[in-house]
Design a protein around this ligand. Sequence first.
Ligand code: SF4
Ligand code: SF4
Length: 368
Amino acid sequence: MFERNDVVIFLRVVQGCNINCSHCFTLGNQDQVLTTPMEYVVKFLEAIKNNVDPQRGVIYLHGGETFLAPMSYLKEVTAFTRKNYGAAFSIIPQTNLIYTIDEEYLDFIRNHCDGHVGVSWDAKIRFGSIKSEHAVRQEQLFFKNFKLLIAAGIKVHVNITVQKHLFEYSPQQIADMFEGANSIDFEHLSVFNEKTKAIRPNLKRWAQWLDGLTNIYENQNVSWCLPQIDMFVKSLENGITYQCKCNCCDRRTFTLNPNGSTGFCPDNSYIDPSSHVDVAHADWALFERKAHEAFIARLATLNTENCFACEHYNECGGNCEDTLFDDSGECPLSKMTIARIKEHKDKFIKLLHERSEQNLLEFTKGKS
Ligand code: SF4
Ligand code: SF4
């Protein structure tokens, strides 16, 4: 049932983090910092290679905070990955960027990964009260490092969670803050406890906000692209519905957790893993059956009722989970933005082609 192209593998190589974001599945800095045993990494990558034989894709090094791991360990992981998966797979570390960057770090990203780094930034939910001196210093450190990476020629992909504090920044502020980045991508908030419930965004507000940022993307000569928008434009251009990254997780995405548990979608895998790396290695048929069950279960969560009635259904495919909707009349993908793209289709197609080399690697490597 698994696809062989555009495979995405999340290796959570570190348990524990140096900060504690409100929306995080992990215990953040309240957890022990441990690296994932190399034996698990080897078994997981071998199992996928032997049973799926993926042809191209991306391997993300993830955490917790990836760079809490010793550099020697990270190099061992990348060396094994490179040897077994070759150049058709890119290796990209994901990080919160809250630490000191040195030459060894830059060399690691340039020469042991693919010169790209995924950076998470979130508005006012990373350091407790944003007004505290500590929070201000951490935020300054983040932007100092962001600029340093850009100056060093590293390709930076920014990842932002859609949550209510994001709207305290205007789209223009975000556009200016991340000038120099290759892409800005948005991830929908998973609501799984009281803390995440408290930061749920109003979707009408989100739609207006995203439309504001898309307007900047359309009309200002910014450095970054918006993968979420580009994916939709590609659908329009090719007349094919490319479903969102999430909707195909259980068919082409694999996640390993530090304790050896595994899953498909990285979000679900943390709190609700479907299997273990030992099973993947010893009994692939059983591992695959779990993927099939997850895929079927997910289909039942899609908000088909709203989507079937939507004017954009034919181009969009309506692949958002029910839990992401609210009663505002908008949707997580933003009908307002989709209407803008349809109205200015030629302009967006031109942008898609101009920016094609700088997009997320899982986007540029596949779906052609
Ligand atoms: S930086 Fe990432 S891993 Fe660390 S607490 Fe925040 S969301 Fe969780
Ligand atoms: S635009 Fe939103 S409501 Fe319309 S089909 Fe897509 S996901 Fe569903």
